[in-house]
Structures are given as structure tokens and as C-alpha cells.
Design a protein around this ligand. Structure first.
Ligand code: HEC
Ligand code: HEC
Length: 394
């Protein structure tokens, strides 16, 4: 029964039933008044989101520091919302749909742009009424592999399914109510078939909207950067990568080696093959943290004041400016922070807190090497993948 629904929906959506090749695309007409977004274009056969090729090293524990989870073990996909091709496709359309903001001006992608590593080049993003967000936008790459499954810089959303409804209802970002959201989505002619394909029912609800958006965000994983191509060729991540320059390999060594072994211990916080931390923490940005206590506001535990989520470093070179307030405009400035700018505070975390500051002072060559390594984490193939692109016909 489910299968029949599925086939019917695909036929509604695509040219798959008209005998054309799976590449054939059909443009769906929309009756909505909003001129720029009247049509979407989807492939005849859904793209593959459910079973992406995951490299073998995502299943192994990463050496260097013990206890670093294999990326796949830190997957936060809940059992009641696995990624399906139809569900993530619906999520993709919602992600790019400006109807999700009160005055039709802003979509998720306005602040999470693929070309900028799914973040925003603005220090603070602009919402539907041109108001500014409180913090800098976050890159969404590898959000799926953040084990605690908590979202936002201060981790206030406990699941991605919860998180995705927050910007829609945020008074600065998209300014909608749940009722208006459902009404808008119900009225757009391209959604019923997509909901049916994704959830077996044309009925629109905030639950299915949030599930679909979460599926799309979880599908934004990076496995094809220069780093990945090199990693796939060696047994151990510590081995020099054959596709890296001497400088990039040196940067990798400095990033991945503990401080007593001549590195800078970056890998203690930016962990494993997904380059994410196990928990929000502090990297010593400020002495006075009162302007934004971050995670401390959520936990009410003073020991976590000034702690922030550590987003995956995949695609980091694409998403300047950096940190929760966008204070650094280049990777060079970030590295200079770790070299000479770390501020001591009771909440600073190891390894930054346990080694004297002088242990971090880097020479020019070391700084250049670390920046070169960070750039190998850019995944052009992923950010340009059509399955993550804007489906609306301009
Ligand atoms: C007006 C800009 C804006 C819009 C529109 C917007 N976001 Fe965001 N997004 C942000 C900012 C800013 C943050 C960080 C906010 C914070 O932590 O306080 C963020 C954080 C996130 C995060 C958390 C990532 C992490 O690793 O914790 C996710 C996921 C996300 N947004 C998804 C979405 C989705 C899905 C939509 C559309 C429904 C959307 N955003 C719309 C600006 C925006
Ligand atoms: C104690 C844990 C810790 C260590 C060690 C650490 N970082 Fe970080 N890193 C963080 C945290 C926390 C953030 C986010 C801070 C914020 O925005 O308030 C961060 C942010 C970053 C960012 C910016 C990410 C973005 O999207 O804005 C880069 C780049 C970065 N770190 C690189 C490094 C490098 C290179 C090293 C080693 C020299 C390093 N980190 C060592 C915890 C750490």
C-alpha cells in the first residue's frame, strides 16, 4: 500500500511516469502569488539521501587521543525520523522556500548559504524585517554527527527536530506562527505530493515539517574534501596523506598531535573524522563573558558560562567570519587567537587551560601550516551538489 502511494506521488512530481529518462525534469506550476517562487524543479527520481556513500574510516575510532568516537557512532538521527529520499527532498524544498517567512523574503538558505559552508558571510544575519540575529549563523555541515544532538551555539534546542521550528517562529528571523506556517505550506500546490511521498499522507503538520527539515539538514554531510580523499588512502590518520603538500601534512600533524608531542592539540576539541566536539566548551575568547554566557544560560551552571558549541570544522574555510559572534574575519585571525590570544578564565577547558600560554606561541610557518590544513577540510563537491541546491526556478 505504502509503495503504491510512493509511486503515485513520484508520478505527480516528476517525469518518471511519462517514459522519459530519470534525468528528465518537469516544472511544477504554482498558483501562489509570489512571483519569484512559483515553480520548483525536482529530478524525475529522487536524489539519494538515505544511503550516501560513507567512508570506511567513519566507522573506526580515531587514534591520537583515546576515546574519540567513530563519526558514525555520534550520529544523532532518532529512530523515529530516519532520512528517506522523499523526506529529505521535501526538506530541501522547505529549506529554500521563502514562504516560510512572514513577508516572503527569507528562507533558511538566506542565512545558511551553500557557497558559504551553509553559514552566512554577514557577522550577524538579517531576518525578514531586516533585524539582526543575536549571534553569527552556524555552518550546518556534519550537524548529524554531533553526538549530544543539541543545537544552536548555546545548545538550547535538544533535538534537530525542535531546532528547525525555532527560526521559523523567531521574531527576528522568519516571524511566523505555527498556524500560519501550516496554512502557507498547505496552500502551495507542490507540497501535497511531497508530503504524501515522504510521510504517506498529504496532511501538513508542524511535526512533519520539522521532520523533513531535520532530514535535509542531517543529509548535509561532508565525505569528499581533499582531507577525505587523503584519509581514504592511508591506514592511520597520523600517516602523511599522499595528496597533501608538505605544508598541509605539517598542519595536520600540528592540529592532531597533543601539546607534549609538539602539536597544538586542536584535535582534543575538534574531534574525530567529523571534526566536532563532544560537548560545548570554551576556547578562551574573553575574560569578561557577561555579554553572552552561552551554554551557561541553558544549564544554569556557572561552570559552563562562556561555553559554546563547537561546530564541525568541515567547510570552515568557506564560512568566515568565525566564532559565535563572528569576531574573526579570517582563519589567520583564528589561528592567531590560539597562538597569542587565549584568555584565562575559570571556565577555560583543557588542553587550553592546563598548559602555560607560552606553549601555544606559534611561529609564522606553523600558523601557515595550520591554515593550509584547515583549507583541506573544504568540500567543494558537497557544497555544489545539486541535491543540496535551490530547487526553485528563478
Ligand atoms: C535570519 C537568519 C536565519 C534564518 C532565516 C535561519 N537561520 Fe538557522 N541559524 C541562524 C543563526 C544566527 C544561528 C545561530 C543562533 C544561535 O545559536 O543563537 C542558526 C543556527 C541554526 C542551526 C544550529 C546548528 C548547530 O550546529 O547547532 C540549525 C540546524 C539551523 N540554524 C537551521 C535552520 C533552518 C532549518 C532554517 C529554516 C527553517 C534556519 N536555520 C533559518 C540564522 C538563521
Ligand atoms: C578546548 C577546546 C578547543 C581547542 C583545544 C581548540 N578549539 Fe577551536 N573552537 C573551540 C570552541 C569552543 C569554538 C567555538 C567558540 C565560540 O564560537 O565561542 C572553536 C572554534 C574554532 C574555529 C571557528 C569555527 C567557526 O565555525 O566559527 C576554528 C577555525 C577553530 N576553532 C580552530 C581551532 C584550531 C586550529 C585549534 C588548535 C590550534 C583549536 N581550534 C583548538 C574549542 C577548541
Amino acid at each position: 500500500m505504502k509503495k503504491i502511494f510512493y509511486i503515485v506521488s513520484i508520478c505527480l512530481l516528476s517525469a518518471a511516469c511519462s517514459g522519459k529518462s530519470h534525468k528528465a525534469e518537469k516544472i511544477l506550476d504554482s498558483k501562489t502569488a509570489y512571483k519569484n517562487e512559483s515553480k520548483i524543479e525536482l529530478p524525475g527520481k529522487f536524489y539519494n539521501y538515505a544511503n550516501p556513500k560513507i567512508p570506511a574510516y567513519f566507522s573506526v575510532e580515531t587514534e591520537g587521543f583515546h576515546g574519540q568516537l567513530p563519526a558514525l557512532k555520534s550520529d544523532n538521527t532518532p529512530s523515529d525520523n530516519p532520512i528517506t529520499d522523499a523526506g529529505a527532498t521535501l526538506g530541501r524544498v522547505l529549506f529554500y522556500d521563502k514562504k516560510l517567512s512572514k513577508n516572503f523574503t527569507v528562507s533558511c538558505s538566506s542565512c545558511h548559504k551553500a557557497a558559504h559552508g551553509f553559514s552566512d558571510e554577514r557577522t550577524l544575519s538579517e531576518g525578514f524585517m531586516r533585524g539582526e540575529t543575536r549571534r553569527h549563523s552556524m555552518g550546518l555541515t556534519n550537524a548529524r554527527f554531533y553526538k549530544p544532538g543539541h543545537f544552536f551555539w548555546d545548545q538550547r534546542a535538544t533535538t534537530l527536530e525542535d531546532q528547525v521550528l525555532a527560526p521559523i517562529q523567531d521574531l527576528v528571523e522568519m516571524g511566523m506562527t505555527r498556524d500560519l506556517l501550516v496554512e502557507r505550506v498547505e496552500a502551495a500546490p507542490y507540497y501535497p505530493a511531497l508530503f504524501k511521498a515522504a510521510f504517506g499522507d498529504e496532511k501538513v503538520s508542524t511535526v512533519t515539517i520539522s521532520k523533513a527539515l531535520a532530514q535535509f539538514v542531517r543529509s548535509l554531510i561532508s565525505t569528499t574534501s581533499k582531507y577525505d580523499l587523503g584519509r581514504a588512502q592511508v591506514e592511520n590518520r597520523r600517516d602523511p596523506f599522499p595528496n597533501f603538500s608538505t605544508l598541509e601534512n605539517e598542519g595536520k600533524r600540528l592540529f592532531s598531535s597533543p601539546i607534549p608531542m609538539g602539536g597544538f592539540g586542536c584535535f582534543a576539541c575538534h574531534q574525530g573524522e567529523a571534526f566536532v566536539a563532544e560537548e560545548a566548551t570554551s576556547n578562551g575568547l574573553d575574560v569578561d563573558i557577561s555579554s553572552d554566557i552561552g551554554y551557561g544560560q541553558i544549564t544554569r551552571d556557572p561552570k559552563t558560562e562562556g561555553h559554546f558549541k563547537v561546530p564541525s570544522l568541515k567547510n570552515v574555510a568557506l564560512r568566515a567570519p568565525y566564532m559565535h559572534d563572528g569576531r574573526f574575519s579570517t582563519l589567520e585571525e583564528v589561528v592567531e587567537h590560539y597562538s597569542s590570544g587565549i584568555k584565562s578564565s575559570p571556565n577555560l577547558k583543557p588542553p587550553l587551560s592546563i598548559f602555560g600560554k607560552e606553549r601555544f606561541l606559534m611561529n609564522a610557518e606553523q600558523k601557515t601550516a595550520i591554515v593550509a590544513f584547515l583549507k583541506t577540510l573544504t568540500d567543494e563537491k558537497m557544497v555544489n551538489d545539486p541535491k543540496f541546491s535551490d530547487p526553485f526556478v528563478k
